[in-house]
Design a binder for this molecule. Structure first.
Ligand code: PAF
Length: 287
């Protein structure tokens, strides 16, 4: 694993790789890597001859008052993990390398509509920060393919739209969520949970499973009632629920009422103490 911190050095290294005719697969991350991230690297090895991982805790995707300052940073452990997982290059820039100028005066990417819904409604500017940094990373690395976790389902759909709308020649691959044995989706933010909260947190996935099964039995006519029941269940367990929402898998639009349950995905975001957790489940994948 070659660890690179400057953009000039990254471009030099990638130029050689490209000259040799290798395909590049990109795995963008914010570090504090867990098994979910390592699955992304393993998947990336299928799509590229060389895997470039990036670690950058991107300030522009954190709204004021969010956890940018205390977001877990574990570079040494991350480097060891990436080495084991078979990444070839780690690009780990400082903030000034990524944002040399004024953040306020910078060109940004905004994917309208979906960026303001679901998590976007609760995290103003978040998806603009994500789309902008991902486009910057795409331009810096110029990969043929890029791999993202489906745990951030809305993020992946927004990146898909950006790639489509801006004609980026990059194939996107989504990778299914890796879970703890309790069902809790792996996330760097799980590190904020106390032992007791961690047990409660597993309820999110159970609630999604219950809702998916109910959708399969009752059909889409009952969506609103089922969403409300799921949110109430989480609230009673101690969560502060941002949303539980059933959407179409294909584009995250609101179901019109004539969809098959198997074409739907349930997304949820809820806070437990100071930790904001998100998860999702495709109805077709519910067990
Ligand atoms: O999913 C993440 O970790 C981040 O949002 C990403 C895609 C690396 C952009 O900062």
């Amino acid at each position: 694993l070659k660890v690179i911190t400057s953009l000039v050095a990254l471009r030099q290294e990638l130029a050689v790789i490209r000259q040799q005719g290798h395909r590049i697969a990109l795995v963008p991350t914010m570090g504090n890597l867990h098994r979910g991230h390592l699955r992304l690297v393993e998947e990336a090895r299928r799509f590229g001859d060389r895997v470039v991982a990036t670690i950058f805790v991107n300030p522009t995707q954190f709204a004021p008052g969010e956890d940018f300052d205390c977001y877990p940073r574990t570079p040494e452990a991350d480097i060891r993990a990436l080495e084991m997982a078979g990444a070839d290059i780690l690009f780990m820039p400082q903030i000034l390398e990524m944002y040399p100028g004024s953040l306020k005066a910078m060109t940004t990417v905004h994917v309208p509509g979906l960026s303001e819904e679901l998590c976007g409604a609760f995290r103003p500017g978040h998806f603009q920060g994500v789309a902008t940094i991902v486009l910057k990373l795409f331009n810096m690395v110029a990969p043929q393919s890029a791999v993202f976790g489906e745990k951030d389902f809305q993020q992946l759909e927004i990146i898909r739209r950006m790639v489509h709308d801006l004609n980026l020649p990059i194939a996107l691959h989504g990778v299914s969520t890796v879970r703890e044995s309790s069902g809790l989706a792996m996330s760097s933010r799980n590190a904020y949970l106390s032992e007791e909260e961690r047990q409660t947190a597993a309820l999110i996935y159970q609630t999604l499973q219950t809702l998916a099964k109910a959708l399969r039995s009752f059909g889409v006519a009952q969506i609103e009632m089922l969403e409300k029941n799921a949110a109430t269940e989480l609230t009673l367990a101690g969560f502060s629920v941002d949303y539980v929402s059933v959407r179409c898998v294909a584009d995250l639009s609101l179901p019109q009422g004539n969809e098959l349950p198997s074409s739907l995905v349930i997304l949820a975001a809820a806070r437990l103490g100071r930790t904001r957790l998100i998860d999702n489940l495709k109805v077709a994948d519910a067990s």
